[in-house]
Write a protein that binds this ligand. Structure first.
Ligand SMILES: [Zn+2]
Length: 244
């Protein structure tokens, strides 16, 4: 009996294997890119600036690696917005502004706890410029944030006082955008705050994970994904977006 069962079992599993392989071969391309951005979708490219990559004043590990991913994504979007961290000299978010403080320590500000950073992204400096390899000729808007000397702005929608709008939300709504796709630097600070605020403003919100990189300060990356997930932000990969 075992002799007669074994070939049958083999035959079954082989057929199953072939069927599975065929199904995968058919399913994969559709699986790989299920999201098609439309006229109501906007790609938001957060802070892909010299300050946040190697050689900059506040480098995010692997930060420049987002550039080819974002350049490729750009072809799938009618609406593209670029943001820049754009601080005054002596900005409140700089450790050097606070006597006795070092970068990555915190300070109490009227609007809450502020992480203190090395001086970075000072207005008009090469450090604050967008990466030259970023190719976004169809981008319609560059929004600058953090330009009020006493208030930081991780979010591209609302400053850290949680009162002052950057104007981006009303801009997108006036143009009929209801869905945003966030990319850029850094996942656990400016992308996080922007994504959570986008949800608060009622946008369907995606973060394209492989088009971001993180600072990951004291577990901040894991905390960021938890917070974004709880806020209803969808975590996807660039391969999930249909290319134009
Ligand atoms: Zn900053």
């Amino acid at each position: 009996m075992p002799d007669s069962i074994q070939p049958t079992a083999f035959g079954l599993s082989r057929r199953f294997f072939l069927a599975s392989t065929a199904a995968l071969a058919v399913a994969r391309p559709a699986f790989a890119a299920t999201i098609k951005p439309d006229a109501k979708s906007a790609l938001i490219v957060v802070d892909v600036q010299n300050c946040f990559v190697d050689g900059g004043t506040l480098p995010v590990k692997g930060g420049a690696q987002v550039v080819p991913v974002i350049n490729k994504l750009a072809g799938s979007f009618e609406n593209i917005v670029v943001t820049q961290d754009w601080h005054t000299p002596g900005h409140a978010s700089f450790a050097s502004t606070h006597a006795g403080k070092k970068p990555f320590e915190t300070a109490q500000m009227p609007y809450g706890t502020q992480v203190l950073w090395p001086d970075h992204c000072v207005q008009g400096s090469d450090d604050a410029a967008l990466l030259k390899d970023l190719k976004l000729p169809t981008a319609q808007l560059i929004i600058r944030k953090g330009f009020h000397k006493d208030v930081d702005s991780y979010s591209t929608f609302e400053e850290a006082d949680r009162k002052t709008s950057t104007g981006l939300g009303p801009y997108l709504k006036a143009r009929g955008v209801d869905t945003v796709f966030l990319t850029g630097l850094a996942t656990d600070f400016c992308v996080l705050w922007s994504a959570v605020d986008a949800r608060k403003l009622g946008f369907t919100t995606y973060v394209i994970e492989d088009a971001t990189r993180a600072i990951d300060l004291n577990g901040s990356l894991a905390a960021a994904w938890k917070q974004m997930t709880e806020a209803g932000v969808k975590r996807i990969q660039s391969g999930d977006i249909q290319t134009a």
